[in-house]
Design a protein around this ligand. Structure first.
Ligand SMILES: [Zn+2]
Ligand SMILES: [Zn+2]
Length: 164
């Protein structure tokens, strides 16, 4: 991920975390873990948690926007380790570190309240990749994943709010 790209949507982030789960599961658990439900929460201001009863991992979208992918990855790996150990025992930290969760605490939020959701969502007609913006795009943009230069074939189309 490069910094000039527009921010990922929660959906885009969920897809990356799903890939990361499969990678960890394959490398560390012989693919024995069941895929948890992965939720990128717009309400949670930092960090994440694992809910065993629902087999669900929730991570903060705001933490990603404020601190980046490394922060989200660290939190996600920490929560994957909680699938094995529900506590913060020595055994837990050994698993968390083996998974690459090297930072022990989630970074504090820069703003106390959740970041408002971007109102405008665009999608690439070819790969379906989505891009979210707080304001509408001023000029035509095309998908950076499909072509590094502007390409009208991959012009981003507004998908939210829907035009009727
Ligand atoms: Zn924990
Ligand atoms: Zn594309």
């Amino acid at each position: 991920m490069t910094t000039h790209e527009p921010p990922l949507t929660p959906e885009g982030l969920t897809a990356l975390l799903t890939d990361e789960f499969h990678r960890l599961n394959h490398q560390h658990f012989a693919s024995a873990l069941r895929l948890p439900q992965i939720i990128v929460s717009r309400r949670k201001t930092y960090g994440g948690y694992y809910q065993p009863s629902a087999h669900k991992i929730v991570v903060s979208y705001q933490a990603f926007c404020e601190h980046g992918w490394g922060e989200t990855l660290n939190t996600f790996r920490h929560e994957v380790a909680h699938i094995i150990h529900p506590n913060h025992s020595r055994a837990f930290w050994a698993v968390a570190e083996a998974l690459g969760a090297t930072q022990r605490h989630a970074s504090a939020p820069r703003t106390p309240r959740p970041v408002p959701a971007p109102r405008f969502v665009y999608a690439c007609p070819r790969c379906g990749r989505t891009v979210a913006r707080h304001r509408p795009l001023r000029r035509a943009s095309s998908c950076g994943a499909c072509d590094t230069a502007f390409n009208p074939r991959y012009k981003l189309r507004l998908v939210r709010p829907e035009v009727s």
